[in-house]
Ligand binder design. Structure first.
Ligand code: AMP
Ligand code: MG
Length: 323
């Protein structure tokens, strides 16, 4: 049974009590819904991996109500402190060396000597993190490899019966995961996300780019960034100008009519609007498309600037050959 909790005072208190008791609670943030568990509790952390079917080499992000609470567990660099001052609370995840004395379970970072930390901006999430009073490990609240959830309904579709509760705080405003930055050396962009590269560069200077398709299998730096991820069940075709026979259309901007099924995350071609509606669209085209007997999803091109970089990253992974 998965409890559905309203994001009011009572619901947040109940969710926090469940987290402190080592149970799993999904909760909304400004990026996507996260699947939270007490990061200092080895059984809770193991349960997160089990509920998602997540490979044990893909580390989790730890969430905190304040930067002060987050920096207790890592060795911050000057760049990290400046980035925190500029962008926290917000959709930025920083990878830093773990402190030797942190009580955070080693499985959170899959035995790496680093830890990914974030302070979300969403008010109910911050209230929950403050009430829980322990670091909360929270990957996206979807089955591993699937499209990230931006609503409570998405979470239930993937994880109902596998987790203890969901705190429903409405649709995620941004709809794309946090930007992940490795600060163990010169700043390195591990995952483009809801905070744009231009905004980061204004504070951190030029960013190094992660080698394409880096993952644990190839021994590279961000184990979770597999080529195939965020994937609907139906195959995705990129750079389409229209839907072919049997295809649903993931449109962007002015779109051709005539597809059996279309989702346009932003008819006006606005990247902020499109990113907030992208995952809901992929989920909807996937389930409706299968119901209608369609055999694929054709995705129109999105300009690669600003949030478009993160959107294209997600679409490329959704289209990549499945493992
Ligand atoms: P998610 O499952 O959406 O929360 O994704 C978290 C992302 O952060 C994954 O791509 C992880 O590989 C990445 N990540 C978490 N911890 C670390 C770490 N210590 N070093 C590098 N990447 C990390
Ligand atoms: Mg994820």
């Amino acid at each position: 049974m998965t409890l559905l909790l309203a994001a009011d005072e009572a619901g947040i208190a109940q969710a926090a009590a469940l987290l402190r008791a080592g149970r799993l609670v999904a909760f909304g943030t400004e990026t996507v819904y996260g699947l939270g568990g007490d990061a200092t509790n080895a059984r809770a952390v193991a349960a997160i991996f089990a509920a998602k079917g997540r490979p044990r080499f893909n580390p989790l992000i730890c969430h905190f109500p304040t930067a002060e609470a987050a920096f207790l567990h890592v060795v911050p660099t000057l760049a990290a402190l400046r980035l925190a001052a500029a962008f926290w609370p917000g959709p930025l995840t920083m990878v830093l060396p773990r402190r030797a004395d942190t009580p955070i379970d080693p499985l959170v970072s899959c035995g790496l000597d680093t830890l990914a930390i974030r302070v979300p901006a969403h008010a109910p999430a911050r209230a929950l993190l403050a009430a829980a009073g322990v670091p909360i490990a929270a990957p996206s609240a979807n089955r591993s490899g699937a499209v990230s959830p931006t609503t409570c309904a998405h979470v239930l579709a993937d994880l109902e019966g596998r987790i203890d509760a969901v705190l429903d705080s409405g649709p995620a405003e941004m709809g794309l995961e946090s930007t992940v930055l490795d600060l163990t050396g010169p700043p390195l962009l591990l995952r483009p996300g809801a905070l744009t590269e231009a905004a980061l560069q204004a504070v951190a200077g030029p960013l190094g780019q992660r080698p394409v398709h880096a993952d644990a299998a190839t021994g590279l730096r961000s184990p979770g960034l597999s080529a195939s991820h965020y994937a609907p069940a139906l195959p995705l075709r990129l750079n389409a100008t229209a839907a072919g026979p049997g295809e649903a259309l993931l449109a962007f901007g002015p779109a051709p009519s005539g597809a059996a099924l279309t989702w346009n995350p932003s008819p006006a071609g606005d990247l902020t609007e499109a990113s907030s509606r992208l995952f809901a669209g992929l989920r909807s085209l996937d389930s409706e498309g299968q119901r209608l007997g369609l055999t694929g999803i054709a995705a129109m091109a999105v300009p690669g600037l600003g949030l478009g970089a993160a959107i294209n990253d997600r679409l490329q992974r959704a289209a990549a050959p499945r493992r």
